[in-house]
Write a protein that binds this ligand. Structure first.
Ligand code: SF4
Length: 386
């Protein structure tokens, strides 16, 4: 194995803790077994994920990179040569590049940006995701945003106090939140972040408040969640692991917040008295707490809260019921809705009553649907819902 191959093996293994897609699976690349990559059907494909530097002088208690003593790193030019060979041979399609911080953060951030610039200059037109390091300068963030398709900075946890309990060097407000605001300005709609769920003993109520703040202030395109795993040799080695389901529940809850128009306040109903999620689909819990929804009268937003109905399904229901009201579960199946999941949260109402109300409401006020407020089985809705 060449020196470059040895470095690739080492630095891709070290880079596996940074997430770049939900539910990602890391596989060895069969044609070049020293390279691991992130293979996700329909997602980012053969994404090489790695660190430019495999050591770090920071002290994040959950992170194994800080324990590495072997100084393994690529210079920007050396890595660009290696990556371009893999890319031209068709072995990789995208790059997610992060780094440990073994020395001055500006120098390391500069190397990340320079790597991206060299790749672009030399004809690489594939996907490039660059990690923004805590404390990076505005100028480097600007350059990273210019050269990369996507950039990200990791929150790691929910607040300054929580971070202070697991990492002594990084300042949550200055090094992370301030830089994240710059990231959002430089790459609006094309930046992400990551939380290590459970590392700092934060509750799910705290995670929810943190996400609400994220979507209000900086609007990341995705938030990734990893369940904390204790690593031998780290200060958190004896800290209990976070069950994998808790991170999965957060992906589900995040969909509700981001894509389904559910307000963070509404999602609080899912939390128990300790501010923690139960191991149940939050959408199921939310739907059960709200009572059944009348499929013939509910607003799009109310339909989206029904398990088994996503944005496309809600649109199909709105379109189908203009032609003919739904009279039972078989109509749902015909509209492509998973009847068994949605059925128990839906009512269908009196066919004639619904038909009459739909006609009346469209005659009175096209598109408003006055019947929403009077039909007994429908979830109360407001103008804001529509
Ligand atoms: S900054 Fe913290 S999380 Fe990042 S590589 Fe260094 S020790 Fe690990």
């Amino acid at each position: 194995m060449s020196v470059a191959e040895q470095k690739l093996t080492y630095l891709t293994a070290a880079g596996r803790f940074d997430l770049c897609c939900p539910g990602e699976c890391i596989r060895p690349l069969s044609a070049a077994h020293y390279v691991t990559y992130n293979r996700r059907a329909g997602g980012c494909g053969r994404m090489l994920k790695m660190l430019l530097n495999g050591t770090c002088a920071y002290d994040c208690g959950y992170c194994p990179v800080r324990l590495q003593r072997e100084q393994v790193s690529f210079s920007p030019g050396e890595f660009a040569d290696t990556f371009l060979r893999l890319w031209r041979d068709g072995l990789v399609e995208g790059l997610f590049l992060s780094s440990g911080i073994p020395r001055d953060v500006d120098l390391v951030m500069h190397d990340l940006v320079e790597t991206g610039e060299i790749l672009r200059r030399r004809g690489y037109d594939g996907y490039l995701h660059l990690k923004v390091l805590p404390g990076a300068t505005r100028a480097d963030i600007h350059d990273a945003a210019r050269v990369a398709d996507r950039i990200s900075i990791n929150l790691e946890t929910t607040s300054p106090d929580r971070l202070g309990g697991i990492a002594g060097v990084k300042d949550y407000r200055q090094d992370i939140l301030k830089r994240q605001a710059w990231v959002a300005e430089e790459k609006p709609g094309r930046h992400t972040t990551q939380l290590v769920i459970g590392a700092a003993d934060e509750t799910d109520a705290e995670v929810l408040a943190c996400l609400a703040d994220q979507y209000r202030r900086v609007r990341p395109s995705r938030v990734y969640f990893s369940a904390f795993r204790a690593m031998q040799g780290t200060p958190l080695a004896s800290h209990p692991d976070t069950p994998a389901w808790r991170a999965r529940r957060w992906y589900q809850a995040d969909y509700l917040l981001r894509d389904y128009g559910v307000a963070a306040d509404d999602l609080r109903v899912v939390l128990d008295e300790d501010g923690l999620f139960p191991n149940r689909d939050p959408k199921e819990v939310l739907a059960a707490s709200q009572g059944p929804v009348n499929v013939n009268l509910a607003s799009r937003r109310a339909l989206l809260r029904v398990p088994g109905i996503g944005p496309k399904g809600a649109d199909r229901i709105l379109s189908c019921r203009k032609e003919r009201p739904f009279s039972g579960p078989p109509d749902l199946v015909r509209a492509g809705i998973r009847g068994h999941a949605a059925g128990r949260h839906l009512t269908f109402g009196e066919r004639g009553t619904v038909q009459t109300q739909l006609l009346l409401s469209s005659a009175d006020s096209p598109g408003r649907g006055e019947g929403y407020r009077t039909f007994p089985n429908s979830v109360p809705t407001s103008a804001a819902d529509r």
